[in-house]
Design a protein around this ligand. Structure first.
Ligand code: FES
Ligand code: FES
Length: 154
């Protein structure tokens, strides 16, 4: 099947029932996407599928044929051009152990890019599916606000 991944069309040879998470990590070596719970509860495996954030542990790769996926590797425009959310997470100290961070970055980038970061409450609500055991969320919400403000200034 053909899947557009981070802007490039890829030919994927996999059991259509394989988890998208496993195909990304093991077949395509896109190991930025993490496995936390494996049950759709933590958001560590978040990717964007046709403009919607999904838990890749719950998606069969066959569901992705002909569609477009963005993983955390696709957020940056190059080593010197991290997404505003990634830069803000670094600047605000919004990452500690880092296991949640790729999923948070993907979800937060989607929130900012779609203009949904309209208030701290809204950001918290939209990030509710992404569990972080380390940061207490405050610094993550700070980072999303900072990134949204930067995008607005552009
Ligand atoms: Fe997919 Fe936790 S690993 S939601
Ligand atoms: Fe450790 Fe979020 S930084 S779980």
């Amino acid at each position: 099947m053909k899947i557009t991944i981070n802007g490039s069309e890829r030919e994927v040879h996999a059991d259509p029932w394989a988890r998208l998470l496993d195909v990304l990590r093991e077949d395509l070596r896109l190991t930025g996407t993490k496995e936390g719970c494996g049950e759709g509860e933590c958001g560590a495996c978040s990717v964007i599928l046709d403009g919607e954030v999904v838990n890749s542990c719950l998606v069969a790769v066959g569901q992705c044929a002909g569609r477009a996926i963005t993983t955390v590797e696709g957020l940056a425009r190059g080593p010197e051009a991290l997404h505003a959310v990634q830069r803000a997470l670094v600047a605000c100290g919004g990452a500690q152990c880092g296991i949640c961070t790729p999923g948070i970055a993907v979800c937060a980038a989607h929130i900012v890019d779609t203009g949904q970061a309209t208030s701290r409450d809204k950001i918290r609500q939209l990030l509710a599916g992404n569990i972080c055991r380390c940061t207490g969320y405050q610094l993550i919400v700070d980072a999303v606000e900072q990134a949204a403000a930067e995008m607005t200034r552009k």
